[in-house]
Design a protein around this ligand. Structure first.
Ligand SMILES: [Zn+2]
Length: 368
């Protein structure tokens, strides 16, 4: 349900955002401000890393906790499936893990209309701060975006946990976050609509822009700190940009072609395994091409340093047929964020832009 329309500009945010080393120990105190009985939806893969810590902190705060490990695909059924495992509606959901477990927790919280604390354990996306959650079909095609009535009550980001997360997940989060400035700019220029179905706010656009600037300066250092597994100032700054700034920036600033393309890219053979953030990163290159502007050189440099995809070949999806690209383009122009462009985009213009990006990158490689 959406409350707003384009007569108003809306800024949404979580109740509290908490980031730092050892922040996970604060989850119990945060939970206690909402209710005495919590359900922890946790990514089954990292349950051993966080369930004990969260359980301990809840115990100290006199909050009872039920643990629901989550794995597999996130579908329209996920919320109801999780709800069936409980004897009563929870007063509070704590969602811990990467994008899917967080969104699974949101789906449950949405169904139960209860409090929500998100505890991202990787910086792979900006789901933790937002009210949105994405649902897929069995072929990992994005089929629906769900909306909570409110943003999470608390977002607890423990940088000590995140520094140990796999580098490829950090790369994906970086790709997702870097696009936000250009999407918010496009949405504002068009007078488009945000995730609140409202006008974008200037503040969110400024946040998306600061997200980009922060990552351009801090991401190289953060990338190196992942090897040393040491939380540095750069890492702390990059995490804040990738989770907090990117989240606020897109939700109240608006999205554009890169995220519209995440509706189309999964139709390509082999694309179902490509992380959301990597899809967005490549789609940003197509976004520049569609707008007829060069990607900023500092951005391309950061892509090269961190292995973000500049081409379909980088995504492992080279040599696509015209039919496959046409299908991608059709699905993309049917996505709502595509309207946040300065002109109406024809599928043929999108496929032509994709071909030009591919050709340019292939030529650049040959001459390198
Ligand atoms: Zn995204």
């Amino acid at each position: 349900m959406e409350l707003f329309d384009t007569r108003v500009a809306v800024f949404g945010a979580p109740g509290r955002y908490i980031q730092g080393r050892g922040a996970i120990h604060l989850v119990g105190d945060c939970a206690a401000t909402i209710g005495a009985r919590a359900v922890l939806v946790v990514d089954a893969q990292i349950r051993h890393l966080v369930a004990g810590l969260i359980g301990e902190s809840c115990k100290l705060a006199s909050v009872e906790i039920t643990v629901l490990p989550f794995e597999g695909e996130l579908t329209r059924q996920t919320g109801a499936d999780l709800r069936r495992l409980l004897t009563a509606d929870p007063t509070l959901v704590i969602a811990a893990g990467g994008g899917r477990a967080i969104d699974a927790g949101k789906a449950l919280a949405s169904l139960s209309d209860c409090g929500l604390i998100t505890v991202p354990t990787v910086a792979s996306n900006d789901a933790p701060t937002s009210k949105n959650f994405v649902l897929y079909d069995e072929r990992h095609r994005l089929v629906e975006v769900g909306h909570l009535l409110r943003n999470p009550d608390f977002v607890v980001v423990d940088t000590e946990l995140l520094i140990s997360a796999p580098k490829n997940l950090f790369r994906a989060g970086l790709g997702d976050a870097l696009a936000k400035k250009f999407e918010a700019d496009a949405c504002m220029a068009r007078g488009g609509t945000t995730l609140f179905m409202a006008r974008p706010t200037r503040l969110a656009q400024a946040i998306a822009s600061h997200c980009y600037d922060t990552l351009i300066s801090a991401a190289p250092g953060a990338w190196r700190s992942l090897d040393a597994k040491t939380v540095t100032e750069d890492f702390d700054a990059a995490v804040e940009a990738m989770i907090l700034m990117a989240g606020l920036g897109f939700e109240s600033g608006g999205l554009s072609l890169p995220h519209a393309m995440t509706r189309g890219i999964p139709v390509l053979p082999g694309a179902d395994v490509v992380a959301h953030g990597l899809q967005v990163a490549w789609a940003l290159m197509v976004h520049f091409e569609v707008l007829g502007v060069e990607p900023p050189s500092e951005l391309v440099e950061l892509y090269r340093l961190t292995g973000l995809p500049l081409s379909l070949a980088d995504l492992g999806l080279s040599e696509q047929t015209d039919e496959a690209l046409a299908e991608l383009a059709e699905a993309t122009v049917g996505a709502r964020h595509v309207h946040n462009l300065p002109f109406s985009l024809q599928p043929s213009a999108l496929t032509a832009a994709i071909r030009r990006v591919e050709e340019r990158e292939t030529n650049r490689r040959k001459s390198a």
